[in-house]
Design a protein around this ligand. Structure first.
Ligand code: UDX
Length: 444
């Protein structure tokens, strides 16, 4: 099939390239000429595993073209995917201006019988409003319109697209539903059809639920810590229940990213607009807001005060295998640490430009091991597992490491604490420090 994808961010680009893998011809359109120039030169404007191979293959097979000419792109597609951003707007409501700007070009230039698919996350009722707008602007023509939400995790977007748990298609048109089945024929997954409003809620409800699981795990981590238990054992015991599953039960510094914070805000706004209280969503947000503070409190308690202390951050992005800093917990942590007088350095495998100017970026994480009074591991990049703890031997004072992601096992850290004097604090687990504390001096 001939597909047009408008908006080439994480979702749009993944959709466009994965659809070429499903055997379709794709035209990718975006208003950013910089982005289109990069893509036409075979370069990806974002970092996402596997997308580079898909781009190379699609270009070799001439299965994809990129353009800034939205009208021309719209006029060619049998299926038009809208993948533009819907960032947080006023009062928690998503800003739909990019979506609105597409109604005219689609109404004026789309092919007869084209199916319009909204993939962007949109508030309840938006698909209906777009349908009405298209009807009015096209002089009373009826449209096959679909809401087809995405459930892509950054860092795993290609796998999630090609092997999803389900495909949700919200439409009132049986023609559109069968075109969508045909489009996704190569993908083996349950196909759920419903009305557009239910599809819109499915996306928010799923993200809200996952965010709630994370906050629940963070709440239980605090309980475990207070009573001297180990949250990792608790999660194992709870997550083994097939009704619960271990997914999104990992406690840490709180969730970030482009979806959970924005979508839970939108849930609250939609609840307010319908006079429908959302106390669970309010509670999960509050727990999440406090997580960065808790991590810092832990460090502060151990170091006495953060005033003038050299604090290092390991990892800055909101999750590993991503270069995305949107709503990253590192931002809240570094701002709070600055307010408490800390002098900040950070290492991240991908970040070269960080919005908190006072954070000095280093290119080797071991610099932090050697020079900082305290370190917070904010993002669980795999490469941190291979840190050379021998570098701690060159220090005069023991390092305090707060592992905000429980990346390391308590046993491993106990061994390192014995060798180096390291004080290891994590989330919802007992603290680890050298057992024999006759002297804090250790051999060099
Ligand atoms: C999420 C949803 O998973 C995806 O289905 C949706 O379409 C977009 O939003 P994403 O934001 O890429 O995807 O990442 P996810 O892996 O869900 O993690 C989101 C945040 O929660 C990250 O900051 C992550 O560190 C945190 N998290 C996740 C936890 O703190 N604990 C967990 O157990 C899982």
């Amino acid at each position: 099939m001939k597909i047009t994808v408008i908006g080439l961010g994480y979702v749009g680009l993944t959709t466009a390239l994965c659809l070429t893998r499903c055997g379709h011809q794709v035209i990718g359109a975006d208003i950013s000429s910089e982005k289109i120039m990069a893509l036409n030169a075979g370069e990806l404007p974002i970092w996402e595993p596997q997308l580079d191979e898909l781009l190379d293959q699609a270009r070799d097979q001439e299965a994809i073209r990129f353009t800034t000419d939205i009208a021309a792109a719209v006029s060619e597609g049998e299926i038009l995917f809208i993948c533009v951003g819907t960032p947080a707007g006023e009062n928690g409501r998503p800003d739909l201006s990019q979506l609105r700007s597409l109604i005219k070009p689609i109404a004026w230039h789309a092919k007869e019988g084209a199916v319009v698919v909204i993939k962007s996350t949109v508030p309840i009722g938006t698909t209906d409003t777009v349908e009405k707008g298209l009807y009015l602007l096209s002089g009373g023509k009826s449209w096959d319109i679909v809401h087809n939400p995405e459930f892509l995790r950054q860092g795993k977007a290609v796998t999630d697209f090609l092997h999803p748990d389900r495909i949700v298609v919200g439409t009132r048109s049986s023609v559109a539903a069968s075109r969508m089945r045909e489009l996704y024929r190569a993908i083996d997954a349950p196909f759920i059809t419903c009305d557009p409003r239910s599809a819109e809620i499915i996306k928010y409800a799923a993200n809200g639920f996952l965010a709630m699981k994370i906050s629940y795990a963070n709440m239980m981590a605090q309980l475990s810590e207070s009573w001297g238990a180990d949250i990792e054992a608790v999660i194992k015991g709870v997550g083994s229940d097939r009704r619960i599953t271990p997914s999104h039960l990992q406690p840490g510094v709180g969730f970030g990213g482009s979806c959970f914070p924005k979508d839970t805000e939108a849930l609250l706004a939609m609840g307010r607009d319908a006079d429908c209280p959302m106390p669970l969503v309010e509670a999960l947000q509050e727990i999440n807001r406090l997580q960065p503070q808790r991590v810092l409190d832990k460090l502060e308690q151990e170091l006495g005060s953060l005033q003038g202390k050299r604090i290092g951050l390991l990892g800055l992005t909101f999750k590993p295998d991503s270069d995305d800093l949107r709503e990253a917990p590192s931002l809240a942590i570094s701002r709070l640490a600055r307010q408490r007088g800390a002098v900040l350095q950070a290492y991240d495998p991908l970040v070269r430009d960080y919005p908190v100017a006072e954070v000095k970026l280093v290119t080797d994480p071991h610099v932090l091991l050697e020079t900082c009074d305290g370190i917070i591991l904010v993002t669980e990049w795999e490469e941190f597992r291979k840190l050379s703890w021998r570098r701690l031997h060159s220090r005069l004072h023991p390092l305090v490491l707060v592992d905000g992601r429980n990346l390391f096992s308590l046993e491993e850290m106990q061994r390192i604490a014995e060798e180096t004097g390291l004080v290891y604090l994590s989330v919802g687990r007992p603290p680890v420090r050298r057992k024999e504390r006759k002297s804090l001096m250790y051999s060099v």
